[in-house]
Design a binder for this molecule. Structure first.
Ligand code: ACM
Ligand code: ZN
Length: 787
């Protein structure tokens, strides 16, 4: 239906300007990019005598007009008059806001904006459309509009003449925030909603409950606030190393939102056309509930609210106990009274079934309900809750685990473990929202971990977010209509403060806003970068702590067979920003050479590179050790394949001179899933060989284990191998630290070879104690260094 509407709309407006024609102007940097925009000559000037005239929909239009007038006023402008339009106003220079139901060619959230020297006319079919149009107006006004709390002045405000017709590609454009792992005050939640609204997103998914704290006042269950909302403050310790609460300890980290505060925030969001979807986690991620009410567990407890992360957390709500459902229905009744959203999110993710397997009540439920196993018991749990939610005329959303054991009849799936859950849901005729980790988890690193605040892991750059396509190609167009949109997730295990939450969300949420709003064929990274330059100025004036992670040099190398040289290429996600570099270990200065094209390196060293914006070095420099060794640029024959999920630089990854960092997503590591590494390096001719060293990564929480043993051997002809040597691994797979381990072997003096064979034995399967027990595990390697 949505696509049909848009198609009609495109046909109905003749002579419309297609995307791709936004002028290269500093003035106009609208994000997300409008569907069509036609600049014209001249400008409209807002003076202190300019009225804002409203038409249609009574109070709602007036409220939006006041919202616009207030912003101008608080940015240091005059307070403009807002009043209803009359016939006498026909030729008055004015800003006109109109909502017209009969303006039927526009989709619900769309708007039309016409600015000429005589008038500004903003028309929409709904208040939401009008409000999005106001965001466009703000972005067309000078960046001064982003400041606030300034005294009144009578300076004039200019708007460029143009015509815009604009509407979203997807109806669901969301941002999530986890306030359980770290609690954020009401003021920050409002600021977050402001950012959502500024970029024409329309949904705030509020993750209100989890193992680390219950954050919403529920009148019927006071212990949720007295006990469930607080844990022992271990902010001084890394998240995964925090001991659980000891008897007698002070429990003073946390907090919750009172129902009055929630109502205030819901109204604040509604005034900005942002719907808040509350999430109440079940049956897992709920130990804070059990700390308050241990009778809802399988084992009886006692429990404490988690201070950090213990994985897996087997203490989940009992599915065999009817009082658990009574509790959840009571909670949801209060939640639904506070949140008018159509959707209610019930979590459903990562439920470890250990206790359910042993619990007589859970087993009894499996029997009486004729369920096959604990997966179907989870499905029973979620279906029973859905029935309750549906009885109140609401709809249920859950993370993609709710597909397991059978999807509840009306459920909408939030696909986070890749897009597969969304695809499966759409194929079953269910709606889905895409939020795959690789593109939409904004708790991941967005730049080199070495220069970023500690994050949970991952590597999701601004450019990667911008490249996200929410509609997988394998869906038919009917199925694809079930993809409602996408959402950026901000989990806060590693995000202790509002300022850091902002840093992780911005600018990635802006890239996502364009993915979700603008037409697919209008997406253009360089154009986006250009418009972002204007946005950064505004964000700075708003004092938003945005990340400049995309202002970072990228290094790649290539062996030039003809000249036998290694060529280094530098680049960045930015356009037209000079990169300077050094190769001698010295710091980069404004006098360091400016990158002008690929250059050669001939010895070991460190490549340092950084971007210069307005003559200033961006603080995030790239530092990459380069190893000039015998195998550089030499061909590698793979006898066993690397995984196409982690190819690194492909066939040249292990001989390109570049070393992987501690982050396995950095693009330099090559991964082997379940199988061994077995390859031959051809040095081109026989030569003396002293040593070989391959590096491997240990990161068992990401299912990456060191090899069991690495074997090296040499050959002159590629047929007969000699000098077999094994380097075995003595580090236990359970080691929690993330580190790089070299496997080095020194050959006997005067050893010679043309071919070097390297084998590394994969641990094969995740060990029995591991969350992936029995599943294939990863082995990651980067450079194979030969001297
Ligand atoms: C999730 O990230 N556990 C939904
Ligand atoms: Zn149970």
């Amino acid at each position: 239906m949505r696509r049909y509407l848009i198609l009609c709309f495109v046909m109905l407006i003749p002579g419309m300007f297609q995307a791709g024609n936004i002028p290269d102007s500093n003035l106009i940097s609208i994000v997300p990019r409008p569907v069509t925009m036609k600049p014209a000559a001249g400008k409209f000037v807002i003076t202190r005598f300019t009225p804002i005239l409203v038409k249609g929909h009574g109070e709602e239009v007036t409220r939006i007009a006041r919202f616009f007038a207030d912003r101008i006023r608080f940015a240091g402008g005059p307070l403009l008059e807002v009043r209803e339009i009359t016939k006498a106003d026909k030729n008055l220079p004015a800003v006109v806001f109109a909502v017209q139901d009969e303006h039927s060619s526009l989709p619900d959230e769309g708007y039309e904006l016409k600015i000429n020297p005589k008038q500004v006319l903003l028309i929409a079919k709904t208040g939401a459309g009008l409000f999005h149009g106001v965001q466009t107006l703000f972005q067309l006004l000078p960046s001064e509009i982003s400041r606030h709390n300034l005294p009144m002045s009578f300076k004039e405000w200019e708007l460029p003449a143009l015509r815009i017709t604009d509407y979203p590609r997807y109806p669901y454009r969301g941002m999530h925030l986890d306030v359980s792992r770290h609690f954020f005050p009401k003021e920050f939640i409002k600021r977050y909603i402001d950012l959502i609204a500024m970029y024409k997103m329309n949904t705030f998914h509020w993750h209100l409950t989890d193992d680390n704290g219950w954050r919403i006042e529920i009148k019927k269950y006071p212990k949720l606030m007295q006990i469930g909302a607080w844990h022992v403050d271990h902010e001084e310790l890394p998240w995964k190393e925090r001991p659980s609460q000891q008897p007698g300890e002070k429990v003073n980290y946390g907090g919750y939102y009172s129902q009055d505060e929630i109502r205030e925030i819901v109204q604040y969001a509604a005034d900005r056309y942002v719907t808040i979807i509350p999430e109440i986690e079940m049956p897992a991620h709920s130990v804070e509930v059990l700390a308050a009410y241990p009778q809802f567990s399988c084992t009886g407890g006692p429990f404490t609210v988690a201070t950090g992360s213990y994985w897996p957390n087997i203490d989940i709500l009992c599915a065999g106990n009817d009082s658990v459902f009574t509790f959840m229905e009571d909670v949801l009744t209060e939640v639904m009274a506070l949140f008018p959203s159509k959707y209610i999110h019930v979590g459903g993710d990562e439920a470890d079934k250990t206790n359910w397997k042993k619990c007589p009540k859970c087993q009894e439920r499996i029997k009486t309900e004729g369920l096959k196993d604990e997966k179907e018991l989870q499905s029973y749990f979620i279906r029973r809750i859905e029935k309750f939610i549906a009885s109140k005329n609401r709809r249920m959303i859950g993370w993609d685990e709710i597909l397991e054991g059978g999807l509840a009849p009306e459920a909408t799936v939030m696909s986070w473990r890749g897009v597969e859950g969304g695809i499966a849901a759409a194929r079953q005729g269910h709606d889905a929202i895409m939020t795959p980790g690789a593109y939409c988890y904004f708790d991941h690193y967005q730049a080199d971990p070495a220069s970023e605040p500690k994050a949970i892991g991952g590597f999701t750059t601004l450019k990667k977010v911008y490249s996200f396509e929410p509609a997988p190609g394998e869906l038919t167009s009917t199925e694809a209509n079930h993809i409602l949109g996408a959402q950026g997730n901000v989990w806060t295990e590693y995000i202790p403060t509002p300022s850091q939450a902002e840093y992780m969300a911005v600018p990635r949420m802006i890239a996502l806003s364009e993915v979700l709003w603008s037409p697919k064929n209008a997406r253009n990274w360089h154009d986006f970068q250009h418009r972002m330059t204007g946005q950064y100025i505004r964000l700075k004036k708003m004092q938003v702590n945005y990340s400049t992670g995309s202002f970072k040099a990228e290094v790649s190398t290539k062996f030039d067979k003809k000249t036998n040289a290694v060529m280094v290429t530098l680049g960045s996600e930015q356009m037209d920003v000079p990169i300077r570099y050094t190769l001698d270990g010295n710091d980069i200065k404004s006098s360091s050479p400016e990158y002008a094209g690929p250059f050669e390196i001939k010895k070991n060293g460190v490549i340092k590179a950084g971007l210069f914006v307005d003559g200033q070095l961006k603080e995030k420099i790239t530092e990459m050790p380069f190893l000039y060794h015998l195998a550089i640029g030499k061909p590698v024959k793979y006898l066993k394949e690397f995984s196409d999920r982690y190819p690194g630089a492909g066939n040249t990854a292990l001989t390109d001179g570049l070393r992987g960092s501690i982050d396995h997503h950095d693009g330099l590591w090559q991964g082997f899933l379940g199988n061994d590494l077995d390859l031959i390096i051809d040095l081109g001719r026989e030569m003396p060989v002293n040593s070989v060293q391959a590096n491997f990564l240990q990161n068992q929480r990401s299912w990456i284990f060191l090899p069991v043993v690495v074997e090296y051997s040499l050959s002159s002809d590629g047929k007969k191998y000699h000098s077999f040597n094994e380097v075995s691994n003595n580090i236990p797979p359970k080691e929690e630290q993330v580190f790089i381990q070299p496997f080095n072997f020194q050959f006997m003096a005067n050893s010679k070879a043309r071919y070097i064979r390297v084998k590394a034995k994969n641990l094969g399967k995740c060990p029995s104690w591991h969350e992936g027990a029995g599943e294939p595990c990863w082995m990651f390697t980067d450079e194979i260094v030969v001297f």
